[in-house]
Ligand binder design. Structure first.
Ligand SMILES: Cc1cc2nc3c(=O)[nH]c(=O)nc-3n(C[C@H](O)[C@H](O)[C@H](O)COP(=O)(O)OP(=O)(O)OC[C@H]3O[C@@H](n4cnc5c(N)ncnc54)[C@H](O)[C@@H]3O)c2cc1C
Length: 442
């Protein structure tokens, strides 16, 4: 499409004249290419493929542990989801205790849920300990019920938490909802006071700087196209030449491709879409987000939103399409959903619209492991701001052979399905089905 044709699609009632089809966080994070290298060395101890939270967090450990570490990315450092997300941090485990206990037994289920809780705490401790300036705050999440049955279910879950796994949570009835969120659409919800928010781009930038300070080399625009076993090492072909690495860490998550066909069959790339609004009147922001919570809802096709760190804009995200990657088209769909929740935003325009590919898995759990000598951590199912950094850290410790690198996620069977080779042909039907369920009140 020509630039003129694209400009014509910018409906002036929906988009500001200078609207950007890229991440809002990229405006705030400054130059992400700073201190990166362009030459690739002949050999290293650890090669990390992917420079998001997973890859950088692994590299931080290996570089600090004295291993010569190189991180490569097919694009700019942090080009993937790690600088495009909503910056909401929760406990990151989707299946409930009963489901996990049925699959893996009660002990493993407990350990997995505890580690999800730990990933949330760890992220706060890490950001504070490393003094990363990224507007991290324990602001609390309001999880809103989209119908009466879901409210009953949420309230029941809060009062019947599995023993030993209780987290702080408060039921908010519909009559008190306005104290959390300026919307009457929902049927009440639950407040999780420990959930947090961050500026994901500046978090990534801080992590990148720590990795460089630790002695690792970052090489952007360096796609890896081939991996071959060579004795105890790997011979790796990249866009900037060949490199031999003793350990290779695959940290490609929703961008996992033909390089690693075994992993590609195990992660399902799903588009996640998000918009930022133009600056709001402060009084309006005070009505919509009175306590500055992050928010999500009980719909299976979930919507999530929050105020920007400076409380001037609303950032509103969700899955409005299965494979569309044009933010010009997803922006208006998100705007319509946002306006259903907050009718007062009907005349507020979009200043940024963007998307990225998250990685779902068939068991809705993240996975860390080693296949044919290749190490990997991925599959955060849309909740990777905490978990990707956490499992990346565990992966780095595992490369160092350290006992504290062990995790309850080690050795989980990483499932695929017959006829699945990395293109999720079933996604359209699945999304339609879940939308129908959401609408029909289930
Ligand atoms: C719109 C959106 C909103 C989101 N909101 C939230 C949220 O609020 N909370 C939350 O917890 N999670 C959220 N997520 C998910 C979260 O951002 C991801 O789970 C997390 O960033 C994954 O980090 P990662 O390092 O594993 O992968 P990424 O950050 O995606 O990095 C993968 C990198 O691998 C590189 N790569 C791929 N193949 C190759 C190759 N062959 N050679 C070299 N490099 C390669 C890519 O270029 C990419 O930069 C959101 C995601 C999106 C898209």
């Amino acid at each position: 499409m020509t630039t003129n044709a694209r400009d014509a699609m910018l409906d002036p009632a929906l988009f500001t004249p200078d609207a950007k089809m890229q991440s809002y966080w990229w405006d705030l994070a400054g130059n992400r290419r700073v201190e990166s290298e362009s030459r690739i060395p002949a050999d290293v101890d650890v090669l990390v493929v992917g420079s998001g939270y997973t890859g950088l967090s692994a590299a931080l450990q290996t570089a600090r542990g004295g291993r010569r570490t190189v991180v490569v990315d097919a694009s700019d450092a942090g080009w993937g989801c790690s600088t495009r997300n909503g910056g909401q941090i929760s406990t990151s485990i989707k299946p409930g205790f009963d489901e996990l206990a049925r699959r893996h037994g009660p002990e493993r289920a407990r350990a997995l849920i505890r580690e999800g809780q730990r990933s949330l705490e760890w992220t706060g401790e890490f950001i504070t300990g490393e003094r990363i300036d990224c507007d991290f705050g324990v602001v609390g999440r309001f999880h809103a019920a989209h119908n009466a049955a879901q409210f009953e279910k949420l309230a029941h879950a809060v009062t019947h938490q599995p023993k030993g796994l209780e987290v702080e949570a408060h039921v908010v009835p519909r009559s008190e909802q306005r104290s959390e969120l300026g919307s009457d659409l929902y049927w009440g919800g639950v407040l999780y006071p420990r959930h947090a928010s961050v500026d994901p781009g500046r978090y990534h930038q801080g992590l990148l700087e720590r990795v460089v300070q630790a002695g690792a080399t970052i090489i952007p625009n360096c796609s890896v196209s081939r991996l071959e076993r060579s004795g105890k090492s790997f011979r790796v072909t990249t866009a900037r030449g060949e490199i031999t690495a003793r350990d290779v860490v695959i940290a490609t998550n929703g961008y996992t491709g033909a390089l690693t066909p075994w992993l590609r069959r195990r992660v399902i790339p799903i588009g996640s879409y998000i918009i930022a609004t133009e600056p709001l009147d402060p009084a309006l922001m005070a009505r919509l987000m009175p306590r500055n919570r992050i928010a999500s809802d009980t719909r299976k096709v979930v919507f999530y939103y929050r105020a920007s760190p400076d409380r001037t804009r609303i950032l509103f995200g969700g899955r409005v399409s299965t494979n569309e990657t044009d933010p010009l088209l997803s922006g208006p769909l998100l705007h319509a959903e946002m306006t259903r929740i907050f009718p007062e935003l009907a005349k507020v325009r979009i200043s940024h619209s963007w998307c990225g590919f998250i990685a779902y898995t068939f068991d809705e759990l993240a996975h860390i492991g080693n296949h044919d000598g290749l190490r990997y951590a991925m599959g955060y199912c849309g909740s990777g701001v905490g978990m990707a950094g956490y499992l990346g850290m565990k992966m780095g410790l595992q490369v160092l052979g350290r006992e504290d690198g062990r995790t309850a996620f080690d050795g989980l069977p990483f499932q695929t399905r017959p006829l699945y080779y990395g293109r999720p042909w079933f996604l359209g039907a699945a999304l339609q089905y879940y939308r129908w369920r959401d609408r029909s009140g289930r």
